[in-house]
Ligand binder design. Structure first.
Ligand code: PLP
Length: 403
């Protein structure tokens, strides 16, 4: 059997494989050295067999590597793997999650276009849309993410993109992807979903009708807080545009980071299930504590959109938030009394993190914007890691005792 026949048969096997198999195997090619694990190709450029081959590669007449800003074998393995996991035709890796969102917008939008965006998106996404895309003549209207009528009312003839995250950060609002896919279709816009919080292990936006998924690989895809990176996946036509932007403007992923993310993806479902069961246990426990006013986690039956979360996701993810009884000082006392969890704004890590959103992640918003978004002074966010749940509960008890 020739190498080419083997590769083709292998691709056919993977085309029918399930998510856990794809997470371990998709995108890997058998190399000439017979290595079993994915190698890191730390090379900026590639040599050609002849001047004619160089010309053909540069002209795009012959497939193959030219320069690592365009393509790199380790990065390509990551791109193919994340695309396979999301059920997409093609993936493009980026230097960060923000670069994924920027590249998608820059590749697909032009001056005069309009975006409708959930107002509960990552804070820096809001800055990107308002300050930088705004400067280029792309305008954005922000809407309450759970109000489908508000999305519909915000659509204009120039609207080209609907952008959302679900569950939202930190209040776990669930956005109905199927309903918005319908609106995107009737309004001729792309539905772009930031799937950072669920990952394809828990939620497949493309299968629900989204056009494009963006990722901050920095979070759960890595899973151990080691590297910054991102990805965009979708149909080949749009992804080639995104790749074109990356080639010309430069926010490509480093091969070392791609390798780290590949190692993260191998355990994605195991980790997401463990994050989810720890978070559900902690949310349930917190809800029963007298010092806690309210818990925000879509896995709780008290969550107003629990049914939608159950329909759209296979589990509820690792991030929860809660309001303590008291003011900002009480929330700070709670946080400062913990001894196990880390006080940091990162999430999607094996190590549990705790943060006070009003003075950190949402500190750049005005008081009015925070009120509108429901980010009160007594709110605390916990990104639940993989530690033993009993130890996490004891640490949260230290917080409660300090109230
Ligand atoms: C962190 C994050 C981003 C930005 O990703 P970076 O890798 O930090 O650039 C975008 N969206 C969501 C939901 C995030 O949590």
């Amino acid at each position: 059997m020739t190498e080419q026949e083997y590769q083709q048969q292998r691709l056919a096997v993977l085309a029918e494989a399930e998510l856990d198999t794809l997470a371990v195997r998709a995108g890997q090619r058998r190399g000439p050295e017979g290595e079993h694990s994915e190698p890191i190709f730390t090379t900026s450029s590639y040599v050609f067999g002849s001047a004619a081959q160089a010309a053909a590669r540069f002209a795009g007449d012959e497939p193959g590597n030219v320069y690592s800003r365009y393509t790199n074998p380790t990065v390509r393995t990551f791109e193919e793997r994340i695309a396979a996991l999301e059920g997409a035709e093609m993936g493009v890796a980026t230097a960060s999650g923000m670069a994924a969102i920027l590249s998608t917008c820059m590749a697909l939008l032009k001056r005069g276009d309009h975006i409708v965006c959930s107002r509960s998106v990552f804070g820096t996404t809001t800055v990107l849309l308002n300050k930088y895309l705004g400067k280029l003549g792309v305008s954005t209207t922000f809407v309450a993410p759970t109000d489908i009528e508000a999305w519909r009312a915000a659509v204009q003839p120039q609207t080209k993109m609907l952008l959302l995250e679900t569950p939202s950060n930190p209040l776990a609002e669930i956005v109905d992807i199927t309903a918005l896919a319908e609106l995107a279709k009737t309004s001729g816009s792309w539905l772009v979903v930031d799937n950072c919080f669920c990952t394809p292990a828990l939620q497949k936006p493309l299968a629900l009708g989204a056009d494009i998924v963006v990722h901050s690989a920095t979070k759960f895809l890595d899973g151990q807080g080691r590297c910054v990176g991102g990805a965009v996946v979708g149909r080949r036509a749009e992804m080639n545009e995104v790749l074109g932007f990356i080639r010309s403007c430069g926010p490509s992923m480093s091969p070392f980071n791609a390798w780290v993310f590949l190692k993260g993806l191998e355990t994605l479902r195991l980790r997401m299930n463990a994050h989810s069961s720890n978070a559900l246990a902690l949310a349930t426990w917190l809800e029963a504590q007298p010092g806690v006013e309210r818990v925000f986690y879509s896995g709780l039956e008290s969550h107003p959109q629990h049914a939608l979360a159950k329909a759209q996701q296979s589990a509820f993810g690792g991030v929860l938030a809660f309001k303590v009884k008291g003011d900002k000082a009480a929330a700070w006392r709670f946080i400062d009394a913990t001894r196990l969890v880390s006080i940091t704004a990162n999430l999607g890590d094996a190590k549990t993190t705790i943060v006070h959103p009003a003075t950190t992640t949402h500190g750049r918003l005005t008081q009015e914007e925070r009120d509108q978004a429901g980010i009160s002074d007594n709110l605390i966010r916990v990104a639940v890691g993989l530690e033993d749940i009993a130890d996490l509960q004891k640490d949260m008890q230290r917080g409660l005792d300090a109230l």
